[in-house]
Design a protein around this ligand. Structure first.
Ligand SMILES: Nc1ncnc2c1ncn2[C@@H]1O[C@H](COP(=O)(O)OP(=O)(O)OP(=O)(O)O)[C@@H](O)[C@H]1O
Length: 490
């Protein structure tokens, strides 16, 4: 016997309202679905617009990188699996268990690291999240496969905080692409760090200036030592928290040579005259001593970098270019040779004082020479400079003199291999937090720009001793006795 059929909806008022409610629900459902689809479409349009605007506004090289970036994103899941940068998860999630038909095993899931990408004129920067068994080392091992798949000249993989790596994929070699720097004339955000240029992966490289008393710069003539120092002056000239003095062993007067354009922004300049250079170095040592003896009283600290430099207590940068001129031993028994030899020895002693004791007083010495052997920069000065860099060098020994024995273990970064016109403006150096040596491409600064910046900021050039005198007077201390003591000792 069949069961009586029960009508789903009758003709009564209750049945009508159930029908209406059902229609209302389905209508609301349709609206929600359409609404969601609309939001998704809008998001898609906005996303597409952002990419189009980025693409149109980009320079031609960055456009190529944007296309490369799109290809990297599209092909990432597949490439990661092919190169072994994926992990199989055999433990089913709750959703997997519920959605798998009864009697069947949930399928294992294959995960690939999640990535985000960014492009610039040199290539693409990929940030990836690590997975269990897919760590920094695994990425580094696969770097050359990624480079081949992405058609890049180089791919570097570095740690990027806990659980993340940053992959730098460069299509064109940033070291051989000349760069220019147009100084803005605005004070830098910080004077504690000197942006130098970009490394072989187009990542920015900077030198810390805080707590650094000495930088040694070596390199064959014409490879960019002075250009780099001019770049430093142009970047920091608009800040009253930095004062510069130059001793240039290549010229006799300030209007000759490489610093002629920036003389207006220097508080002192001496040429190749050893007596004048000696007077400048004595002056700097006296300032160093006066600062050291006053710092506690006027700045309430023993290290200026704890409170930072400012216009009253600026970072004093003493640039000694063609340093060998001032330190070279003068052989000979005649009177003049003996006088020059004594001056050279005294210069070395004074500069040693600045490099060994100037850090906490906010003094920095930059020594530039062609070959950083002990006769050019005495080793007791060179070896205590925390930062050493070298442009191209002719011999392995010259590279070792400039960068230390360890450079022999890094043949790719050895400055001997930078002897090529394509590498004018490229130096090798140790950078913080990185193993080995980094090659850095520095930008070219136009002479006219350097002159413009120096003129615009000439009013900021003040002898730091005068600033210290005023500062001391404000705190009720007379500087003269302190300075006299410093001069006598120097
Ligand atoms: N970063 C750079 N990019 C491109 N070209 C550069 C760069 N630096 C320097 N040059 C070129 O090399 C020339 C020489 O540079 P610079 O005077 O800085 O060399 P140097 O190493 O100081 O030489 P020297 O030891 O003879 O003083 C510059 O006039 C410029 O044409």
């Amino acid at each position: 016997m069949s069961a009586p059929l029960v009508p789903l909806a009758g003709n009564g008022p209750l049945a009508t309202s159930t029908l209406e409610t059902a229609e209302l629900v389905s209508e609301t459902g349709r609206q929600v679905v359409f609404g969601l689809a609309g939001v998704c479409l809008l998001a898609l349009v906005v996303w597409a617009l952002v990419w189009i605007v980025r693409y149109v506004r980009a320079d031609p090289l960055t456009r190529v990188s944007i296309r490369q970036e799109v290809r990297i994103r599209q092909g990432w899941a597949r490439l990661a699996k092919m190169t072994g940068l994926s992990v199989i998860d055999r433990t089913p999630t709750l959703l997997d268990s519920l959605s798998t038909p009864q009697g069947q095993e949930p399928k294992p899931r294959e995960h690939v690291p999640k990535i985000t990408t960014k492009s610039d004129q040199f290539g693409v920067i990929v940030h990836a999240k690590l997975l269990p068994n897919v760590g920094l080392e695994e990425f580094q091992k696969k770097a050359r496969f990624l480079a081949a798949a992405w058609k890049c000249v180089r791919v570097s993989v570095l740690a990027d905080g806990p659980g993340r790596v940053v992959i730098r994929a460069v299509r064109s070699d940033p070291l051989t692409v000349p760069a220019t720097f147009k100084p803005s004339g605005k004070p830098p955000a910080s004077v504690e760090s000197w942006p130098l240029g970009v490394d072989e992966y187009a990542a920015e490289v900077a030198i810390r200036l805080a707590n650094i008393p000495g930088v040694s710069v070596a390199g064959l003539p014409g490879y960019g030592k002075t250009m780099m120092i001019n770049g430093l002056i142009c970047q920091f000239a608009p800040s009253a928290a930095v004062q510069f003095a130059v001793a240039d062993g290549k010229v006799s007067t300030a209007d000759e040579g490489d610093y002629a354009d920036v003389t207006d922004r220097l508080f002192a300049f001496v040429g190749d005259d050893l007596t004048e250079a000696n007077a400048l170095f004595k002056d700097m040592v006296a300032l160093r001593r006066a600062r050291t003896s006053l710092i506690k009283r006027v700045r309430r600290t023993a290290n200026i970098w704890k409170v930072g430099v400012d216009k009253d207590w600026p970072l004093v940068v003493l640039i000694i270019d063609e340093a060998q001129t001032f330190f070279r031993d003068h052989k000979g028994n005649d009177r003049e040779s003996k006088r020059l030899a004594a001056l050279a020895a005294d210069n070395a002693r004074l500069v040693e004082d600045l490099v060994k004791k100037g850090r906490s007083a906010g003094m920095l010495v930059i020594l530039a020479t062609q070959k950083a052997t002990g006769d050019a920069i005495p080793t007791f000065i060179r070896d205590v400079c925390p930062v050493g860099m070298s442009f191209a060098q002719k011999t392995a020994d010259a590279a070792v003199a400039a960068l230390g024995e360890d450079i022999r273990n890094w043949p790719e970064a050895n400055p001997v291999s930078l002897q090529d016109p394509a590498y004018v403006g490229v130096a090798s150096m140790v950078t913080q937090g990185r193993e080995g040596f980094t090659r850095v491409r520095m930008p070219l600064v136009d002479e006219a720009d350097a002159a413009r910046i120096a003129q615009q900021t000439a009013n900021l050039a003040v002898h730091p001793t005068e600033l210290l005198r005023k500062l001391a007077a404000r705190t009720g201390v007379s500087l003269d006795s302190v300075l006299d003591m410093g001069r006598d000792a120097a």
